[in-house]
Design a protein around this ligand. Structure first.
Ligand SMILES: C[S@@+](CC[C@H](N)C(=O)[O-])C[C@H]1O[C@@H](n2cnc3c(N)ncnc32)[C@H](O)[C@@H]1O
Length: 265
């Protein structure tokens, strides 16, 4: 995979690793995402926007909730992987540059997209305007700078995993992402003009069977060239892979911030 240029999405949407990446994200995060979305009262008749929908698991959930009478617009740079169903429309759309309708949505959701965008603060203002007055925005974003090893089979695998996490942070930053944006997302939402901003941090244990750790193993392969460009050695790659597949390995997940906010009425 070529190393992403600054300001380009860091992952390769044509990579064979994308499908597994999205499977892991859905398995690890959909329960957190949908439980919080349900607290907005999203239901029949709601007009929803899912930004950077990936494989569309959350967009599908929203379409079920919004039926009958509602509609969900699911966008992505590569929307062809989003399944179709009544009430769910898909659109190839770049949230930084492409037009968005004004005051058109009751609810906008986006997960692990704005972290990648150098223009994320300007995008927040666009999302604010796309909501009806009183409408809801929900974002989930990581702070990957917190990712400690809790138990490792040996020092080599512990150090390999930590070197991988550090190189991943550098690789994402080199592509224009802010991989710790989760911790400042709430403050940026308030600065953009949102009201009722409520961040909730989530942290879970990771072991070999955790979809969250399986996503990390996926990233080790998916971002391989970018990680090597950031100084990760072959031996560190092998040690990190060994760590993440070992039954005795335990880590704390990175902190996921699930943040809700509203457009002022
Ligand atoms: C890490 S994936 C997350 C996918 C999905 N939201 C999830 O949590 O499963 C990021 C997604 O954002 C999309 N994306 C990246 N930059 C984008 C942009 N400027 N506009 C719209 N989508 C974008 C990518 O194509 C990818 O599908």
């Amino acid at each position: 995979m070529p190393t992403a240029a600054p300001g380009r999405y860091a992952f390769d949407n044509d990579s064979p690793y994308v499908e597994e990446q999205h499977r892991c994200l859905a398995a690890a995060l959909d329960p957190i995402t949908t439980a919080r979305l349900a607290t907005t009262g999203v239901g029949p008749g709601w007009r929803c926007l899912e930004v950077g929908a990936g494989r569309g698991s959350v967009a599908l959930w929203l379409a079920e909730r919004a039926a009958p009478g509602g509609r969900v617009l699911a966008t992505d740079l590569r929307p062809e992987h989003i399944p179709s169903r009544p009430g769910l429309e898909t659109l190839r759309h770049d949230i930084v540059h492409d037009p968005l309708p004004e005051a058109a949505f009751d609810l906008i959701h986006s997960r692990l997209v704005l972290t990648h965008l150098p223009q994320r603060r300007a995008v927040l203002v666009r999302l604010l305007r796309a909501l009806r007055p009183g409408g809801w925005l929900q974002l989930e974003e990581f702070d990957i700078d917190y990712a400690p090893v809790l138990l490792a089979p040996d020092e080599r695998t512990r150090a390999g995993y930590q070197a991988f996490q550090a190189a991943k942070g550098r690789a994402l930053r080199a592509a224009g992402a802010d991989p710790s944006w989760g911790r400042s997302c709430a403050a940026d939402l308030r600065a953009a003009g949102f009201t009722g901003v409520e961040p909730v941090p989530h942290l879970v244990p990771w072991h070999a069977d955790s979809p969250g750790l399986q996503a990390q193993l996926n990233h080790l392969h998916h971002l391989r060239d970018a990680l090597v460009a950031q100084g990760l050695t072959e031996d560190q790659c092998a040690a990190a892979s060994e760590a993440m597949r070992h039954p005795a390995f335990r880590a704390a997940s990175s902190v996921l911030y699930c943040v809700q906010a509203r457009r002022p009425s």
